[in-house]
Design a protein around this ligand. Structure first.
Ligand SMILES: O=C(O)CCC(=O)C(=O)O
Ligand SMILES: [Fe+2]
Length: 154
């Protein structure tokens, strides 16, 4: 993976947490996100139609998220996960997220499900997604959120 971006987050306490959002629901765009969080909770992941609290991390533990681009190139073998951060009434939260994915020098390169995964030992597995230029994938993400359903083959 050639590109790395880092986002540092600070969520202040909010006396009425139900009236605000820490970070709205989203999937991460690239391949992997490595997240370092402090000991305060707030991160939730979507499991079917339920939001599940991520347990407190052991000190120094890292959370690894699969992103949409990895789901596309693995033909759904690895699934990205929807997540969000909810505000807390009396504690702050800090986190550092590092995103790993293909570099911008590949923005006009076509990516699709890996050939090795759609031709498994001579058996043909239908590709779930069409090939897409990296720039198109990321532009779609910026404007609309997760691009996976948009590039899905019907
Ligand atoms: O602050 C967090 O724990 C999550 C941050 C996050 O989801 C992101 O930066 O994409
Ligand atoms: Fe995220």
């Amino acid at each position: 993976m050639e590109s790395q971006t880092m986002a540092c987050h600070y969520y202040p306490p909010c006396p009425q947490p139900h009236l605000t959002i820490g970070s709205s629901k989203h999937t991460d765009p690239f391949c992997l996100t490595i997240l370092l969080q402090d000991h305060n909770q707030g991160l939730q992941v979507r499991n079917h139609d339920r939001w599940v609290d991520m347990p407190k991390s052991a000190q120094g533990a890292l959370v690894v998220n699969v992103g949409d681009f990895l789901q596309l190139i693995t033909n759904d073998k690895f699934k990205s996960v929807e997540h969000r951060v909810v505000a807390q009434s009396s504690t702050t939260r800090s986190s550092v997220a590092c995103f790993f994915g293909p570099g911008s020098e590949n923005k006009y390169r076509l990516y699709g499900p890996a050939k090795e995964l759609v031709l498994l030992g001579g058996d043909h597995v239908e590709p779930v997604y069409r090939e897409v230029h990296l720039v198109e994938f990321l532009d779609y993400f910026k404007s609309n959120g997760s691009p996976l359903s948009h590039f899905k083959l019907s």
